[in-house]
Design a binder for this molecule. Structure first.
Ligand SMILES: O=C(O)[C@@H]1C=C(O)[C@@H](O)[C@H](O)C1
Length: 148
């Protein structure tokens, strides 16, 4: 059994009511519950955390390394465009990850076009709404199966 950690950055706790025309109508719990079920169906364990605090996300990544997390699905949200500290944490962890964005950040304001994570990620999925998380999970499971 492998362990996959899903990390959600700031304001994603507001999904469903926050700009639904941009981020969709599903709640974060809806998304996490679906991912948990999909992972469990194939015998893997899924953990998740949403935080509005950069340090909490950093510390969760530090813990992930020691607890043997095999893969991270990461939507850094606004920290995507600002956080060298989170970039350093996930680099130091050595854990492979996929960067996910619900919206197409490249079709939005210019400041959203830069990511501190895309060049070090296994892959980047953006603009597909919550389906991006499902696709990232599928990619994670395929990588885990290749390596085991
Ligand atoms: O599309 C998303 O999931 C990302 C979510 C956010 O909260 C924004 O700050 C990012 O710019 C985009």
């Amino acid at each position: 059994m492998s362990t996959i950690l899903v990390l959600h950055g700031p304001n994603l706790n507001m999904l469903g009511t926050r700009e639904p025309e941009v981020y969709g109508h599903e709640s974060l719990a809806d998304i996490d519950d679906r991912l948990h079920q999909k992972a469990a169906q194939v015998g893997h364990h899924l953990l998740h955390l949403q935080s509005n605090a950069e340090y909490e996300l950093i510390e969760r990544i530090h813990e992930a390394r020691s607890e043997g997390v095999d893969f991270i699905i990461f939507n850094p949200a606004a920290f995507t465009h600002t956080s060298v500290a989170l970039r350093d944490a996930i680099l130091a962890s050595g854990i492979p990850f996929i960067e996910v964005h619900l919206s197409n950040v490249h079709a939005r304001e210019a400041f959203r076009h830069h990511s501190y994570f895309s060049d070090i990620a296994d892959g980047v999925i953006c603009g597909l709404g919550s389906l991006g998380y499902d696709l990232a999970l599928e990619a994670a499971l395929q990588r885990i199966h290749r390596e085991n």
